[in-house]
Design a protein around this ligand. Structure first.
Ligand code: DGL
Length: 247
């Protein structure tokens, strides 16, 4: 079975990384990062919908069985995309978070305590207001400068900026949603927050909704070779090396 992942660039690798850790060579993987047009977070809704269609067509050509939209920004628009022409199923991070907030014990505790959560995300995700459906009180914070820094491999500066964003979050907030897949690469530093990472929740969602282990042949004796194809709409040696290091 072939899983296709996509993002505006490197961010979706944080989602792919979770699947590789769990399943290794049990699936084959195709990844597409639209680095030539990153960041997505400042693009119009109309532009993003065109990009989504192009990428889904590309995934169709690659004959994947499931597409994982490893991009929050476009996941917020997936309900406006006609998926009928495609044979594959699509998992998107909006649904992942919606499921988490409505069906997990952890989230029901947060809801019962009426705790406010911070959502650090792109401008487009903040503007979409789709997080209002998740049934919890969310303080959205747009972080427009982080994605370009991460795309240019400047993780140190991105980490410093991340801390500045965190320092502005009001004291009463303890939970933080990593609302952009790029941010997973800078969020792994000590802080006072409990992190809610859609990249990690996406793996659980896949296991619960698609088929999890049922189609896997765990009894195999032969060692399988990992089949992983990484594509970017713009890259050079340095970019590819950085992408591999993130994985
Ligand atoms: N990593 C993507 C997301 O989760 C896109 C970020 C961007 O390109 O602005 O939203």
């Amino acid at each position: 079975m072939k899983l296709g992942f996509y993002d505006s660039g490197l961010g979706g690798l944080s989602v792919l990384r979770e699947f590789l850790r769990e399943y290794k060579a049990d699936y084959s993987y195709v990844y597409f990062g639209d680095s030539a047009r990153a960041p997505y977070g400042n693009k119009s809704k109309a532009e993003l919908k065109v990009f989504i269609k192009e990428i889904l067509d590309y995934m169709n050509d690659k004959e994947v069985d499931v597409v994982i939209s490893a991009c929050n920004t476009t996941s917020m628009l997936m309900h406006e995309i006609d998926l009928d022409p495609y044979l594959f199923q699509v998992i998107n991070l909006y649904d992942v978070m919606n499921d988490y907030f409505h069906n997990s014990l952890e989230a029901s505790i947060i809801r019962d305590l009426h705790s406010r959560l911070a959502l650090l995300a792109t401008q487009s995700t903040v503007d979409s207001k789709r997080y209002l459906n998740w049934g919890v009180e969310i303080l959205p914070i747009a972080c427009p400068d982080l994605v370009p820094l991460i795309e240019s491999a400047d993780i140190d500066t991105a980490k410093q900026k991340w801390q500045v964003y965190l320092s502005k979050i009001p004291e009463d907030i303890r939970h933080l949603i990593i609302g952009c897949t790029h941010f997973s690469f800078v969020a792994d530093q000590p802080s006072r927050f409990e992190l809610i990472d859609p990249a990690k929740l996406c793996l659980k969602y896949f296991q619960n909704t698609i088929m999890g282990d049922t189609l896997l042949n765990h009894g195999h004796k032969l060692e399988k070779r990992l089949e992983l194809e990484l594509y970017f709409s713009k890259s050079d040696e340095k970019y590819l090396r950085f992408a591999e290091s993130l994985l």
